[in-house]
Design a protein around this ligand. Structure first.
Ligand SMILES: Cc1ncc(COP(=O)(O)O)c(C=O)c1O
Length: 368
């Protein structure tokens, strides 16, 4: 992966394409200049391989995956498609807005969004969330697996069990974790998980997916309906034999013509990640880099680690709160370290291509 002469610690914003994905993209663009060389199986296979890769990343089956342009579209499918009775949807305070706005918009259906305040340590209060789930009026819970700013990792097994006990739907924004941490959506009882692939999955903007648990395929009412959702549209030669029978699997939630070339690039990026050991190996690598960040922060009194120190509660997002954020960001920039400020903290987001030397360079600059 070529990130030039800078240290790129910003996968939580945009993941760089592996070289082989770039080559695949050039191949696809050349084909797009001569569409006569592209066959329908070529396009359809790229999409199917993408579904298979995404499914493998999260322990799902490919027929439970619908390709999406991003995370938020999948979360909208959850918000508007699940049969929510009037009541409360719970989320954490401080969530990325894609976990907030689609659910805030349900007021006219008698469904309100309630944000559980931060715990005293400034992290999501999972204990309070679980307590409120059992209250009786909670119809769904939507949380990020990994918080985009603090890096806190939700205990999905714990929250999922509470949701099941309460009969509440369990919706997860997976974008800050999928790809670099193993997850088994079946075992966790997740109903819907949405994720863009542009960050940790090193794939193009405009690629992502939504997992919809198989048992819910007939229950979720697609808010957007298009020609691509229907079984009758599979024969492109006869599209006007209208029959609104939805496809039997999660492809029923794919509404329009897909960005086949982008998903073709995503397949290559996901294969590169798989060849690098997949989520298990990447998690171990990133956790080891994180150990260094945690140890460094523990020795300083001018920088506070917002991210939990416990490996089980952190993934690839590390939030460090310096006394002077602007000065720290300027030093990092001058040292050629690419990272961003989020919610008052410096966010370091190392991936599999980063080394301990990268992390040391960032910490040296951060420390001043
Ligand atoms: C937790 C979380 N959800 C969603 C998104 C982005 O949503 P989308 O893929 O719909 O643009 C981000 C990006 O920063 C994020 O951190």
């Amino acid at each position: 992966m070529d990130t030039g002469d800078v240290v790129y610690l910003n996968a939580a914003s945009t993941g760089p394409h592996p070289e082989r994905a770039v080559a695949k993209g050039a191949e696809w663009l050349a084909l797009r200049a001569q569409p006569q060389r592209i066959t329908i199986p070529h396009m359809v296979n790229a999409a199917q391989h993408a579904r298979e890769h995404f499914a493998a990343m999260i322990g799902a089956d490919a027929d439970e995956i619908a390709l999406m342009p991003n995370t938020t579209y999948g979360l909208n499918l959850a918000a508007r498609g699940l049969p929510l009775r009037p009541g409360t949807i719970l989320t954490f305070d401080g969530e990325f807005p894609s976990c907030v706005y689609p659910f805030m918009a349900l007021g006219s259906r008698g469904v309100s969004l309630e944000r559980v305040p931060f715990a005293e340590d400034g992290l999501p209060d999972e204990t309070e969330l679980v307590r409120r789930i059992g209250r009786g009026d909670v119809v769904a819970v939507v949380v990020s697996w990994v918080q985009y700013a603090s890096g806190f990792v939700t205990d999905l097994a714990r929250v999922g069990a509470a949701c099941r006990a309460a009969g509440a739907f369990f919706i997860v924004d997976g974008i800050q974790g999928v790809g670099v941490r193993p997850i088994d959506v079946h075992a966790l009882g997740i109903d819907i998980l949405a994720s863009g692939a542009q960050k940790w999955m090193l794939s193009p903007w405009g690629t992502g997916f939504v997992y919809v648990r198989r048992d819910l395929h007939d229950t979720v009412r697609a808010p957007d309906v298009g020609w691509a959702c229907m079984t009758a549209s599979q024969d492109y030669a006869w599209l006007t034999h209208y029959d609104d029978t939805f496809l039997p699997d999660a492809r029923r939630f794919e509404v329009v013509t897909l960005a086949y070339h982008d998903f073709g690039v995503a397949v290559e990026a996901l294969q590169a990640m798989r060849d690098a050991g997949g989520p298990t190996a990447l998690e171990a690598h990133i956790a080891a880099l994180g150990d260094r960040i945690v140890a460094w922060a523990a020795e300083r009194d001018d920088v506070r680690l917002w991210t939990p120190a416990d490996r089980a509660r952190r993934a690839g997002v590390f939030a460090l709160v310096p006394d002077d954020l602007d000065a720290a960001m300027n030093r990092l920039k001058a040292a050629g370290v690419v990272c961003v400020p989020r919610e008052g903290a410096v966010r370091l987001a190392p991936h599999g291509y980063n080394t301990l030397e990268d992390v040391e360079r960032a910490l040296a600059a951060l420390g001043g």
